[in-house]
Design a protein around this ligand. Structure first.
Ligand SMILES: Cc1ncc(COP(=O)(O)O)c(C=O)c1O
Length: 486
């Protein structure tokens, strides 16, 4: 099924050769294979990480101009994921997303994106000077989360903006909800433009048929994945995959070179090389284990009074085309405590650290690194918490409908660079916002930089505050003042 030998790890092997040669290091980093490292740090870390912490030279290749083991390692990644080319990003998916956007849109051109994008998308839009057109994702009122964007929404937005140069989709969401990406790819391609996918939460999808379709399989032209989030790479390590029909690979390389450091970490890149080997060769079994464990804990959580952990029953609700079962989202609305409270109780009392929390939920990221013992410890903690808090407070209120997307009069780059001043929110109607204003739940901006503040938005923020729901994003943490562009 693969064209290349996925058992190979060319970059890691080159580093091993460097170590085996017992090379004398007259190159940076100055710690010289660990000899110059602080003793306290080295005692904890051990010798090995420093032995392969090298810099760019022929034996280990260059990330900016790969001709040797990095080139081979990236080709293996492309082969594993079914891409025409792949790039290592040691600036996480954030860096890869900025590069994807800058590869397909220039200043003055339009890109269509969901309203609830990660801040790296906004950064890419600011850096490129592009004009965003926003699509609203589907919302789940009960869970207080944003799901995927519907194909129909993409179709309607493209119809209104036929001059757009690219469409970006988040798939799957942080909460493991996937949209119908294949259908979206067909719609986007009917306009002869590329589909780019923020697949931060999907580096594992390709390797199990129990998971949603991966971006490359669905027909995306560019996708960025956090290899470090879900599978075996170290933090900061992501992959950017390219299909060449609508995207110029040499442009992607140039932009990656523009954005990434000239001193990339070789231990990090070696972890990408070996994580790819692991998932390509053993992904199916490893993911079957992770899915079984997550399904086990999901079923058990649903037996605990006050908690709910969604699964397949969500399918076919708006924006829910498929579900990643490894995401364990624990909803605690019926227990009368917030997700933030639950997160703190689990962390402080039980030393269990969740991935994120919001008003109604905490999210555990499941992976093949989990154990049944840890799942059982989580369940035991949840039982105790349920017994302590059940029937003490009432269910948290529903979130309020979000006002319509306001008019954009400045593009994000102009708003970002423009001179700003802080004014009371109540006096800001008609001004141009210089910052984001986010409604939690469901984590969607009601205002983006460059948009006109309306009376409806100011009223909405007042209503949110009265209901005890969250609004944030402004420099003023109490959201009484807002930065506006002069
Ligand atoms: C949807 C989404 N996109 C992009 C990113 C950025 O990924 P990274 O942390 O690898 O830079 C994140 C991080 O949480 C994310 O949730």
């Amino acid at each position: 099924m693969y064209k290349l030998n996925q058992n190979e790890t060319p970059l890691f092997d080159a580093l091993m050769e460097y170590v085996d040669r017992d090379t004398i290091p007259f190159h940076v980093p100055g710690h010289k294979r660990g000899h110059g490292v602080d003793a306290k740090f080295k005692q904890f870390m051990g010798e090995n990480p420093f032995q392969i912490d090298v810099t760019v030279f022929k034996l280990v290749d260059s990330l900016h101009h790969p001709t040797g083991p990095i080139k081979e390692a990236q080709a293996l990644a492309a082969d594993a994921y079914g891409a025409d080319a792949s790039f290592f990003s040691i600036h996480g998916t954030s860096g890869a997303i900025q590069a994807m956007i800058m590869s397909v849109v220039n200043a003055g051109e339009t890109i269509i994106v969901p309203r609830n994008v990660h801040k790296s998308v906004t950064a890419g839009i600011i850096l490129s000077g592009a004009t965003p057109v926003y699509m609203q994702p589907e919302l789940d009122k009960n869970l207080g989360i944003a799901n995927g964007v519907l194909p129909e929404t993409v179709e309607a937005t493209l119809k209104e903006n036929p001059h757009a140069r690219a469409v970006l989709i988040i798939n799957p969401t942080y909460y493991g909800v996937a949209t119908d990406l294949k259908r979206i790819a067909e719609i986007v391609h009917s306009y002869d433009i590329p589909l780019i996918v923020d697949e931060a939460h999907g580096p594992h999808l390709k390797f199990s048929d129990q998971l949603p379709l991966s971006a490359m399989e669905a027909g995306a032209d560019l996708c960025a994945q956090s290899t470090h989030k879900i599978i075996g790479a170290m933090t900061q390590c992501s992959l950017l995959h390219v299909r060449t029909k609508y995207v110029d690979v040499s442009r992607v390389q140039q932009i990656m070179n523009l954005l990434q450091t000239t001193s990339p970490s070789y231990p990090l890149m070696a972890s990408l090389d070996t994580a790819r080997r692991q998932i390509a060769l053993h992904g199916k079994e490893l993911l079957a284990y992770a899915i079984d464990l997550a399904e086990y804990v999901r079923e058990k959580i649903n037996e605990i009074p006050g908690f709910y952990c969604y699964g397949k029953e969500l399918l076919n609700r708006p924006g829910v085309f498929a579900i990643d079962p490894t995401k364990i989202c624990i909803t605690c609305r019926d227990l009368g405590i917030t997700g933030f409270d639950l997160d703190m109780i689990l962390s402080n009392k039980y030393h269990i650290q969740m991935e994120l929390s919001d008003l109604y939920n905490v999210l555990a990221v499941g992976s093949f690194g989990d154990t049944k013992e840890h799942m059982d410890q989580l369940l035991a903690a949840l039982w105790e918490i349920s017994e302590e808090y059940m029937n003490k407070s009432s269910r948290k209120a529903d979130f309020l409908d979000i006002p319509p997307i306001p008019k954009q009069v400045l593009i994000p780059r102009e708003a970002f660079n423009g001179q700003k001043t802080s004014v009371p929110l109540s006096d800001s109607i008609g001004e141009v916002s210089g910052e984001f204003l986010m409604a939690y739940p469901p984590g969607i901006p009601v205002l983006c930089p460059g948009e006109v503040i309306t009376e409806e938005i100011v009223q909405y923020v007042e209503d949110l505050k009265k209901t005890g729901l969250y609004v944030q994003g402004t420099e003023d943490p109490r959201v009484e003042n807002i930065q506006v562009v002069l």
